[in-house]
Design a protein around this ligand. Structure first.
Ligand code: TXA
Ligand code: MG
Length: 312
């Protein structure tokens, strides 16, 4: 059920949950400083309580509500990328409830790029928002995905549906070089070239603490089995979804998609294809292997999500 900013303010102020559109995926929002409301988020999603939430803010000034000292690096990075698909991990202020951070002494923060959501946060203050899906399912990128997971009456704030389709980059900026804990459409190269700070990916660190706590869980996994294929087969199996990016002859049919090199569009639709495969009862999803070198900034994140979905 689509609701206005006014109605969403009322829901949040009452300590309840509302789904919010962002440029990445839909979020499931609660008042970050209301412990009972934040707890409802975990219940609604069936999410493990040690998987911390991202706090969404509408202006850099709100960062001071969440961390004691905003570093120069934080200022430079957020000025370059906010509002946008970059989450930063900083030392948390004592007043941020433990339920938000799963007991960690750090907090993840981002400013989403969506006018209605920013207008809501302006009125309510910081909101926690994990992706608006049941835990273990693909993130919700369409209002219909939220209706499927939480029912048709679940409130969804009005506004443009997510354009990117893949969750934000999570960057730990507590210690240099900074570490990417979850890849997204903002890449290490983009951060380095725009801000001059050195950035490494968590895979390069042997220390498992450097991984995003949530990466332990089986995210992004449809029920159908996901496998990678090297080329476009001449005969397609029934009861299967196919995602191609290079097919010359256009193959068509239910559950057959060809992106002709448009990886931004593929990212926009990926989770919907995963969900549609499940709704259609397909047992297999075949994805043509993505190319290695590509200028598209979304490609790295896309590969990460596809490899997670296809891992056993
Ligand atoms: O694009 C997005 O980030 C979306 C939209 C709604 O903003 N949100 C999202 O939230 O993807 P969620 O909860 O599905 O994923 C948050 C990720 C998890 O992997 C979590 O472990 C990590 O961020 N995270 C949260 N707080 C953290 C912290 N203090 N330290 C390290 N990782 C953290
Ligand atoms: Mg999620």
């Amino acid at each position: 059920m689509i609701v206005s900013v006014e109605k969403a303010v009322e829901i949040i102020t009452n300590g309840d949950l509302v789904a919010i559109p962002t440029e990445t995926v839909y979020g499931l929002a609660a008042d970050a400083f209301n412990v009972d409301a934040v707890k409802k988020t975990f219940q609604q999603k069936d999410r493990p309580s040690d998987n911390p939430l991202i706090v969404h803010i509408s202006g850099s000034g709100q960062l001071e509500m969440l961390t004691d000292s905003v570093s120069d690096a934080a200022k430079t990075i957020t000025e370059s990328f906010w509002p946008g698909p970059l989450t930063i991990v900083v030392h948390k202020r004592a007043n941020v409830p433990d339920v938000v951070t799963g007991g960690l002494n750090s907090v993840a923060v981002r400013m989403p790029d969506n006018p209605e959501t920013l207008a809501l946060i302006n009125r309510t203050g910081p909101l926690t928002a994990p992706s608006a899906n049941r835990s273990g399912s693909p993130s919700a990128t369409r209002a219909t995905h939220i209706e499927h997971d939480f029912g048709v009456d679940f409130p969804i704030l009005t506004g443009q549906a997510p354009s990117l389709g893949i969750e934000s980059t999570v960057l730990d900026i507590r210690e240099e070089p900074f570490t990417i804990l979850r890849p997204g459409s903002v890449t290490a190269e983009m951060i380095e070239s725009r801000t001059g700070f050195k950035v490494q990916s968590s895979e390069k660190k042997s220390d498992s603490d450097k991984h995003s706590p949530g990466m332990r869980y089986t995210h992004y996994k449809p029920t159908a089995n996901v496998s990678l294929i090297d080329e476009v087969p001449s005969v397609l199996k029934s009861n299967s979804t196919y995602i191609f990016h290079s097919a010359n002859e256009l193959k068509s049919g239910e559950g057959i998609y060809n992106y002709m090199g448009d990886f931004d569009k593929l990212a926009h639709n990926l989770y919907d294809h995963f969900r549609q495969a499940d709704y259609l009862g397909h047992s297999q999803i075949f994805i043509e292997k993505l190319p290695n070198d590509e200028n598209s900034s979304i490609l790295f994140a896309l590969k990460d999500r596809i490899s997670r979905a296809s891992s056993s």
